[in-house]
Design a binder for this molecule. Sequence first.
Ligand code: 5GP
Length: 219
Amino acid sequence: MAAAERGVLFIVASPSGGGKTTLIRQAMDGLAGRGIESHFSVSHTTRAPRSSETDGVHYHFVDRVAFEAMATRGEFLEWAEYAGNLYGTSRAEVERRLDGGQDVFLDIEVQGANQVKTKVPEVVKIFVYPPSYEVLKERLSSRGQDTDEAIQRRLRWALREFGVGGEFDYAIINDRLDRAVDALVGICVAEHHRTHRLNTRLDAIREAFRSALERDSTP
Ligand code: 5GP
């Protein structure tokens, strides 16, 4: 039997509050219904947990010393400082899932996205845009978990992120969640149909076809 194909690595970046966590989770359900197994990577961060967050589920919450030690040991596929906190993606976790044939979703900001591209060139980068300034501000405020100053910092940063997002492979405007989920599922399914990703299976089909043709052609 052919070895399992390696999973596809997807980066879904958006400004904080862009609604990408819900989007990714719903798209993962949609993909599972199509037989595509995926994993949502859990990052490490030095940010304090919000009241709704659980260690090991939303993030691995670590202090700066522990984070910097991991970075020095080269344990991150990428890491970045965002709004005064460090965030990083465990290289081992991502590789293990991809090697096991699962797709992996990284919910990361744009500086990290560029680092991944240099290490995993086949990564697929998707940028999720809020439909407007007002909607993003409202989403950040209604979370009730950041100070006004922190919200202002995140909005200013969002504008810089839009610039980098222009270089991504795909763009999704998150004005209606159901449509955004459809778009994300569609992108992921299409990526699975890139010829180079199907080569192992295509070789088997071609080979079986050739043998069958020879058999039928032999008098
Ligand atoms: P938040 O503090 O709102 O959870 O996340 C702030 C920003 O950090 C978001 O844009 C989120 O996508 C990003 N982020 C989360 N985990 C990582 C990570 O592992 N690496 C990088 N580079 N960014 C991350």
